[in-house]
Design a protein around this ligand. Structure first.
Ligand code: LRH
Length: 473
């Protein structure tokens, strides 16, 4: 029997079919499409313009992809949707979208940050939610909406988190999935309920949201013609929550993880949030898993820095293929100079090659860097940031990993894996690459009663392709 994972990332969407047989999940990518946030110019509706997602394209691609998946896998029984965090969709009273689907990197939250802090400062956000204050958070985005566009806000009657919006299209059922809701900074620590005080302090209508919806649950039958055979489930709405569901647990040990995509998400699995002042000072954030547990973590600006450089090199006819770039980086001598990926400028779109080069030159490094040298600086800097993050997690939990599991697209980057093993000082187990989809598929099979959670470790071991990198230096 087969389950379907809809995994929407910030540069591509994928539909992956997973068939369970003899304790192994065989994954097949049935559909993939590219998409990206695009700038919408200022106009009558918006004085500033916005960086927006193309939800029409995403909806079209997902529907076509699911139809192709069902045609190819007639035994498909279930589907679940996961996406990146923090973004949400505004709906009017008729249940249709109102206003643009603004992307979390839009500058509206920087423009309204002082006003946000005047109502809820960083310490208050942390105390009320256990989430690291950040301009990308849903709370900041909705505050920007009510502050800058009150007329548009007045037309909104409901806000659905992005994966829940797609689930709503598939089923007609509204919900606020806990793992994704936890990234909003609108929930109490632990993310079992929304925090009404946060809504009130920020002037965000509480009526826009219902209650936090438990995951590992069935939503209902799919209502899209041709897809009625699918039961829609909430396997985990946030991509990182799904990814950590595909982690093997070692008995008696804390489970650490590094999920490497546009973001590098470095954390540990826990039952309770880590809420100390030290955790706040270190920039920790307590997000939720799909299975009622938590995953305290650092959201680090990750391979986005490299992806933005690739975008520029592609436009200017430079080397931009990732395989060629990693080869060039391997051949490039180390400058010994690191950038700090946490610098807010590295989270912004555009001009990334210049930003990396200036940061290197400002520290006395070479002024002219070729593609390979730029990539090497980025990867060495990420590896060093991961090592600092592991030290911070060790200070907060009293535990260190004996090996570090690295999942997501970045786990395919052998140079990054080797640099990480050397910087952290423990072997890296790289893979699976598609951890979010594997986690979603496992959770779906558990929810549908086809897989006993007690056997999860064995299924992961049999299904996940991994490569081990030893510490070399
Ligand atoms: C990674 C991720 C990450 C961030 C976010 C915006 O895809 O979900 O956890 O919170 O995107």
């Amino acid at each position: 029997m087969t389950a379907l994972a809809v995994d929407l990332g910030s540069s591509s969407g994928r539909i992956i079919a997973g068939t369970l047989s003899d304790g192994v999940i065989e994954e097949v990518e049935v559909h993939r499409f590219a998409h990206e946030a695009a700038r919408q110019e200022p106009g009558p509706g918006s004085a500033h313009g916005h960086l927006t997602w193309d939800l029409d394209l995403i909806e079209r691609e997902l529907t076509a992809g699911l139809k192709a998946a069902v045609a190819r896998f007639p035994d498909a029984v279930s589907v679940s949707v996961d996406t990146w965090g923090v973004d949400a969709v505004t709906l009017g009273a008729d249940g249709r979208r109102v206003g643009p689907a603004v992307a979390y990197r839009d500058e509206r939250t920087a423009r309204t940050l002082d006003a946000f802090r005047a109502r809820l400062d960083d310490d208050a956000v942390w105390a009320a939610t256990g989430i690291a204050p950040a301009t990308i958070n849903t709370a900041n985005q909705l505050f920007a909406l009510v502050t800058e566009e009150p007329e548009l806000a007045a037309q909104v009657s409901r806000v659905l988190l992005l994966p829940d919006y797609i689930t709503y299209l598939l089923t007609g059922e509204a919900g606020w999935s806990r793992s994704h809701a936890s990234t909003s900074a609108l929930c109490r620590p632990g993310a079992h309920e929304f925090n009404d005080d946060v809504f009130e302090a920020l002037g965000i209508p509480r009526s826009w949201f219902g209650d936090v919806t438990a995951e590992h649950t069935v939503v209902g039958p799919c209502r899209i013609p041709g897809l009625e055979q699918l039961t829609v489930v909430r396997a985990g709405a946030h991509d990182t929550a799904c990814a950590v569901h595909a982690l093997q647990r070692r008995p008696g040990e804390e489970t650490f993880f590094l999920s490497c995509g546009s973001w590098s998400v470095l954390g540990v699995l826990r039952d309770e949030p880590l809420l100390s002042a030290e955790a706040h000072a270190l920039g920790l954030t307590n997000e939720a898993r799909a299975d009622r547990g938590l995953r305290p973590l650092f959201n680090i600006t990750g391979l986005w820095i490299l992806q933005e450089c690739q975008r520029e090199w592609r436009a200017t006819g430079g080397v931009h293929d990732i395989v060629d770039l990693v080869r060039a980086a391997e051949a490039a001598p180390s400058t010994g100079i690191l950038i700090d990926p946490d610098e807010p400028g590295f989270a912004q779109p555009g001009g990334m090659v210049g930003r990396v080069s200036s940061a290197v030159a400002a520290q006395g490094g070479p002024v002219e860097l070729d593609e390979g040298a730029v990539v090497r600086v980025i990867l060495e800097s990420l590896a060093a940031r991961y090592a600092r993050g592991i030290d911070a997690l060790a200070a907060l939990t009293g535990a260190r990993p004996s090996e570090l599991t690295m999942v997501g697209g970045g786990s395919r980057n052998a140079l990054l894996c080797r640099l990480t093993a050397d910087a952290v000082g423990v072997p890296v187990i790289a893979g699976p690459v598609e951890a979010s989809s594997l986690g979603s598929l496992i959770a779906q099979l558990e929810i549908m009663g086809h897989l006993d959670p007690a056997g999860r470790n064995g299924v992961i071991a049999a299904s996940a392709r991994t490569v081990r990198y030893e510490v070399e230096r």
